[in-house]
Design a protein. Structure first.
Length: 70
């Protein structure tokens, strides 16, 4: 079972569909792809936004899933 982590959006490039999240657990930044966010939440993807997510460790870089934006 995955547990939610808190974090802050560090940077976001909407045209490329990619954001970086700084996780509160101090581990490596996590990649958030805009496809993981429903359409009504994508306008909230700005630097400094608080976010909850599940970290999925992949081969290249950890990615975010199950996104909640505050």
């Amino acid at each position: 079972m995955l547990h939610k982590l808190a974090g802050i959006i560090k940077s976001c490039d909407i045209p490329s569909g990619k954001c970086l999240i700084t996780a509160s657990d101090g581990r490596k930044d996590v990649l958030l792809h805009i496809s993981a966010v429903n359409a009504c939440g994508s306008e909230l993807l700005i630097s400094g936004s608080r976010i909850e997510f599940c970290r999925i460790d992949s081969l290249r870089v950890p990615v975010a899933a199950n996104i909640s934006i505050f």
